[in-house]
Design a protein around this ligand. Structure first.
Ligand code: NCD
Length: 306
């Protein structure tokens, strides 16, 4: 049974195939409107979500399938003490594919070991978020025309930002990628991502605290929210939450073809004035997310039928 727990579960060739399918869905949506007819997708969300859950639901509906699920742990049997492994066995009786977001790192992996249908990780604690990464890759491919030879700035909470960890892991497999890691000293990229991904693959990167100094050289700027829910101490969050704010003025330092991305939700880190700039790609990114999730559901349902 194929699952998607970490982005490395997909080969580069499979990612290229998913991107090609998503591009074809964008061009010919009608062709795909019955791909999941008669199938059910279960969404198991133990943590808040707007985009990811609704984008999976919209994706399944546009493939002609149905959805069921829960959007908070308190309304599920988790509130009675049911384990993730038991829930995965139970949901396998109702659905053909399941999507899980959980506050505990590794929970979707546990689910995949107990499910008899494909499991997709929709974010596990501060660890990974592979379908956001597929979204980000499709966005970069469509907006920049390539996934190679890019200077990619990642800014904000690089410690707890799971989207950052998965995106770095994915982009490190392409040639000519250079990372500029912009964060406060307390929120730098975890050592395991540096040693197991960047150092192991010999990827060029710099760590800095300055967004202003980094902006002129970037092809992509990936802004992130400081992840309040992962802090032990509210005072630390308050001190760090506004470390970086991208404003219209600051953008005068950037390349004219910069691509500004954000997995959303935005708090303060991009001022609303930036939205009107042609370089702002974060709302288009949301739409790309639906198309790549359609491609992913199609692929996993086909694999499961083999
Ligand atoms: C991200 C997440 O959940 O990690 N949101 C999303 O899925 N688009 C980013 C975030 O919450 O900051």
């Amino acid at each position: 049974m194929r699952h998607l727990i970490g982005i490395e579960d997909l080969s580069v060739a499979e990612i290229e195939d998913l991107i090609a399918t998503a591009e074809d869905i964008i061009a010919n949506p009608d062709k795909y409107s019955k791909v999941a007819a008669g199938k059910k997708l279960a969404t198991l969300f133990y943590e808040p979500s707007t985009r990811t859950r609704l984008s999976f639901e919209a994706a399944m509906m546009e493939l002609g399938g149905n959805v069921l699920g829960f959007s908070e742990a308190q309304s599920s049997s988790a509130a009675k003490g049911e384990s993730v492994s038991d829930t995965a066995k139970v949901i396998s009786c109702f659905a053909d594919i399941m999507v899980m977001r959980h506050f505990k790192e590794g929970a979707p992996m546990v689910a995949s070991m107990n499910a008899t249908v494909p499991v997709i990780n929709a974010g596990d604690g501060g660890h990974n978020h592979p379908t956001q990464t597929l979204t980000d890759l499709l966005t970069i491919k469509c907006e920049k025309g390539r996934l190679t030879n890019l200077t990619v700035g990642l800014c904000g909470d690089l410690k707890f930002g799971r989207t950052v960890h998965s995106l770095i892991t994915a982009l490190s497999r392409y040639t000519g990628i250079r990372f500029v890691l912009i964060s406060p000293a307390e929120l730098t990229l975890p050592e395991y991502v540096k040693s197991e991904v960047l150092d192991r693959r010999g990827i060029e990167y710099v760590e800095t605290t300055s967004l202003d100094e980094s902006l002129p050289e970037l092809d992509i700027l990936y802004m992130t929210r400081v992840q309040r829910e992962r802090f032990f101490n509210e005072q630390d969050y308050i001190r760090l939450k506004d470390s970086y704010i991208l404003t219209v003025d600051k953008l005068s330092l950037a390349k004219p073809d910069l691509c500004i991305m954000h997995p959303l939700p935005r708090v303060n880190e991009i001022s609303v004035g930036v939205d009107a700039d042609s370089r702002a790609c974060y709302f288009k990114q949301v739409l790309y997310g639906k198309y790549i999730r359609m491609a992913l559901i199609k692929m996993l349902l086909e694999e499961a039928a083999k």
